[in-house]
Structures are given as structure tokens and as C-alpha cells.
Ligand binder design. Structure first.
Ligand code: TYM
Length: 325
């Protein structure tokens, strides 16, 4: 299968990004043709500082390789280095009904969150995403639950393009995990864990042991005192149980048994230890790669060159079909 997925270089990676998306990326690279993209063009749609964008991109690549991506097994590159992304995005704009974009949940959420900056890019964001995947004729898109609607639009646009100009694209499907596709905020377990929220609500992949422990011990839990998995009645403890389960391979039922009669404090202490131990090797690798600037830049350079070749071939076909050449 041809796999494509992307991540914004907006902040540090958190365990939601990891458990919902990146963990899948690492597994898929073993047996599939995988392309993973740091989507800097998407990141421009919310307020950002141009002075540190390059640094954030570098941090994101390092995080991805520390989490297990292997540049020998997949392509890792920066979106803006392959100009065809913007080009195909524009062409797809011309077949995308505006109503499809206005009903996107992420657009509605972000327009509320960034009231001062409701730019056209924010609305157009999913079309650029569709371009990202279709440029490589991607067949499957490993993402968290929040991106499902966007992948649905990719399918719509692929279908429309094929109808209008002749069969060119397959309709990409989303790969969304049964468990882990929506890790919730530690502060408000009714909201997803999000990079752009309060740092207390996220466990970042490279948080120190102290920071992880502090955040988990302070995580919002529910009334009552039983360690029970119940998403509607006990969203806080259920989210923590889910994280525990995903990091240890134990089911939530097994954990309920293990912690029967114990209180929230004891459970949280144990979870903090699990998270700290799981992330320890990530932290080590991050320190190692942070010191290898040339290597990191080389990954991006080679990744862009490989991506560019595929992108050019698709664009030639698309332009021919659309009557541009
Ligand atoms: P981004 O950068 O917000 O997130 C990267 C990936 O992490 C997943 N994710 C989560 N999964 C579980 N629980 C959470 N709390 C959580 N938060 C984030 C996201 O679903 C995503 O898979 N628009 C995309 C980037 C993108 C892209 C693409 C993805 C651009 N072009 C083409 C796929 C294909 C985004 O903003 O992801």
C-alpha cells in the first residue's frame, strides 16, 4: 500500500500524536511504501513566529526519528520543499465545493479559537491536505480521529477529479486505530489533547520525568473513587486507563482488576512510572539526534528529492488531463 501522512511543526509532539498517528507510521514503514511530511504550509494558517519555524521543523523531524521513523525505510520531508503541493492544492480548489469546507469541524473550531485570524488558508486547509495525499497517489492515510473528516474530503475530491478529467486517483482511505485515535486532554478530558492548548493538558514525548509525574498527578479525574473504564461517566480516569493500556499492552479490564480497591492517587503514580519508562528511550534518542544537525538536514534534503520525483510525475499527468499542457 502507498501510505501518506503529515504532521504540523507547531509544537512538540505529545502522546496523542504518538498513540493516534506516529505509532502507526512506525509500524507501517516495515511493509509499505511510506511518505511522511512535515506540513509547514499548513502551519502558516494559525499565528506563528517566522523566526523559529525552521527550528520547529527540525524539532519535529528529530521527534519523529526518536519515536522510531527510519529514513532508510520511509520518506521524511518538508512540505514546502516540494512546490507541487501548493500547485495541486490550487488545482483541486477549482473542483472543491465551498460548502464542503465550511462544514468542516476543524475549520469551525479553529475560527473560534483564532477569531482575529480567520484567513482563507484556514478554510482551504483540507484541500491542501487532499493535494498532499493525491500528489503521491496515496492509498491509505494513518491519522487520529480528528482528521477523519478531512480524509473523507480527499475521497470526494479524488472522485470528482476522476469524473471530470478521467481516472487518475484512487480514493484514499483513513487508517484510524480502534484505540488511541483520540487521546483526551489531561485538564479537560472532554476535549482532545491538543498541541496548541495549555501545556498542562499534554504529555509531550520529551517531557522530563518530573514534568510527566506532575501533570499526571494533577490530571482531572472524576467523582467517585473507583478505577473503572466508562467514557461517558468517567472520562478522566478512562482516558488515563486508555493511555496505561496502550503503553503496556494490558487491556482496560485487566487494569480495572489490577487496581480494584486502590485509589486514584495510587493509580496515577503507577501510570506516571509507566509513561516515564516508556518515553525514556525517546528522550535519549532525542538528545542524540539534536546534536547531529547535518544528519537531520540530510534526511530532509534526500526526502524532498525523492518526494519531488514522484510529485513531478503526478503533476505532469494532472496538467495533461486538465488541459494545462
Ligand atoms: P496534527 O499535526 O494536528 O496531528 C498529527 C497527527 O496526530 C493526530 N492527533 C491525535 N491522535 C490521537 N489523539 C489526539 N489527541 C491527537 N491529536 C492529534 C492527528 O489526527 C494527526 O494524525 N492536518 C494534519 C496534518 C496533515 C495531514 C496531511 C495528515 C496535513 N496534510 C495529509 C494526513 C494527510 C494535522 O494537523 O495533524
Amino acid at each position: 500500500m502507498k501510505i501518506f501522512s503529515g504532521i504540523q511543526p507547531t509544537n512538540q509532539l505529545h502522546i496523542g500524536n504518538y498513540l493516534g498517528a506516529v505509532k502507526q507510521w512506525v509500524q507501517l514503514q516495515e511493509n509499505h511504501e511510506c511518505i511522511y511530511c512535515i506540513v509547514d504550509l499548513h502551519a502558516l494558517t494559525i499565528p506563528y513566529d517566522p523566526k523559529n519555524l525552521q527550528e520547529k521543523i527540525k524539532e519535529t523531524v528529530i521527534a519523529l526519528i526518536a519515536a522510531g521513523l527510519d529514513p532508510e525505510k520511509c520518506i521524511i520531508f518538508t512540505q514546502s520543499h516540494v512546490k507541487e503541493h501548493a500547485e495541486l492544492g490550487w488545482l483541486l480548489n477549482t473542483i472543491c465545493p465551498i460548502g464542503e469546507l465550511e462544514r468542516m469541524t476543524q475549520y469551525k473550531d479553529k475560527s473560534k479559537k483564532f477569531k482575529e485570524n480567520i484567513n482563507a488558508g484556514l478554510l482551504d486547509y483540507p484541500v491542501l491536505m487532499a493535494g498532499d495525499v493525491l500528489l503521491y497517489k496515496g492509498q491509505a492515510v494513518p491519522v487520529g480521529k480528528d482528521q477523519e473528516q478531512h480524509v473523507e474530503l480527499m475521497r470526494t475530491l479524488a472522485r470528482k477529479f476522476n469524473q471530470k478529467f478521467g481516472k487518475t486517483f484512487e480514493e484514499p482511505k483513513s487508517l484510524i486505530l480502534q484505540e488511541g485515535a483520540k487521546i483526551m486532554s489531561l485538564v479537560d478530558p472532554k476535549k482532545k489533547m491538543s498541541k496548541s492548548d495549555d501545556p498542562k493538558s499534554c504529555i509531550f514525548l520529551f517531557d522530563t520525568a518530573e514534568a510527566i509525574t506532575k501533570k499526571i498527578m494533577a490530571a482531572t479525574t472524576d467523582s467517585g473513587k473507583d478505577i473503572k473504564f466508562n467514557l461517558t461517566k468517567k472520562p478522566g480516569i478512562s482516558n488515563l486507563l486508555m493511555i496505561y493500556s496502550l503503553l503496556t499492552g494490558k487491556t482496560t479490564q485487566e487494569l480495572e482488576k489490577e487496581f480494584a480497591g486502590k485509589n486514584y492517587g495510587e493509580f496515577k503514580k503507577s501510570l506516571a512510572q509507566v509513561v516515564v519508562n516508556y518515553l525514556e528511550p525517546f528522550r535519549k534518542k532525542q538528545t542524540e539526534f539534536a546534536a547531529r544537525d547535518v544528519y537531520v538536514q540530510e534526511i530532509l534534503k534526500q526526502g524532498a528529492a525523492r518526494a519531488q520525483k514522484i510529485a513531478e510525475t503526478t503533476m505532469r499527468e494532472v496538467k495533461q488531463k486538465m488541459g494545462l499542457i
